[in-house]
Design a protein around this ligand. Structure first.
Ligand code: SF4
Length: 204
């Protein structure tokens, strides 16, 4: 395998896969810049915004400190501090489990929901950049991204998985992707990156 750094300009300029990785790194910077701009405007930290948006759209079973730490690749104390700050600002509430009073899920307060409506569009300028791309190219790009994300999940670099290729309901029928829960064939554009019905494959 070619082990030269993707940041070595001479190598990068002669190697398309290095250029793609450098491009993904720029896009990740753009994501950070947009998030920071929104955070500064509203007096929140970037992770606080990400937590609010995640909590808004995910079920309470996964809006706890342990899962959020995995989701955002941060330590549990870092997530706990961010949750504490959101709690003090009155943006989230804690729902304690009846089985174990020490564990709790985090939900949005009414003010938290309002804050989400002000923050959740921060990444839309990136979507705007895809305007004008034809459907076939868009589908090809999405398929490439899905495969890349799946490989990163497989290698353990991305710890959280909620996508079809890692789901126990995913099947391959006659060479086509299929969901055994929804009982439907999955076209390339139907593949989900974040599915509420996702269930992890249990290791043998
Ligand atoms: S349950 Fe969701 S993630 Fe799993 S295969 Fe079906 S659509 Fe994909």
């Amino acid at each position: 395998m070619d082990n030269k750094s993707v940041f070595n300009i001479d190598h990068q300029n002669s190697d398309i896969s290095s250029k793609i990785v450098a491009g993904l790194s720029r896009i990740s910077e753009a994501f950070k810049v947009l998030l920071w701009e929104k955070a500064k405007l509203l007096g929140l930290s970037p992770i606080q915004i990400q937590l609010l948006i995640f909590i808004a759209y995910h079920k309470s079973e996964i809006t706890n400190v342990s899962y959020l730490a995995k989701e955002f690749n941060l330590t549990k104390p870092t997530i706990s501090d961010a949750i504490k700050a959101l709690y003090q600002k009155g943006l989230v509430t804690k729902e304690h489990s009846t089985a174990d009073s020490r564990s709790y899920s985090i939900r949005l307060s009414e003010n938290g929901k309002k804050m989400v409506t002000e923050t959740e569009n921060f990444a839309n300028p990136l979507k705007g950049g895809l305007k004008g791309m034809d459907d076939a190219k868009m589908e090809q790009l999405f398929t490439t991204l899905c495969n890349l994300i799946h490989q990163l999940n497989q290698s353990g670099i991305l710890r959280v998985q909620r996508s079809c290729y890692s789901c126990k309901y995913h099947d391959n029928k006659h060479g086509k992707d299929y969901c055994n829960l929804l009982n439907t064939q999955l076209l390339n554009t139907d593949i989900r990156l974040d599915c509420p019905e996702f269930e992890e494959i249990t290791p043998l």
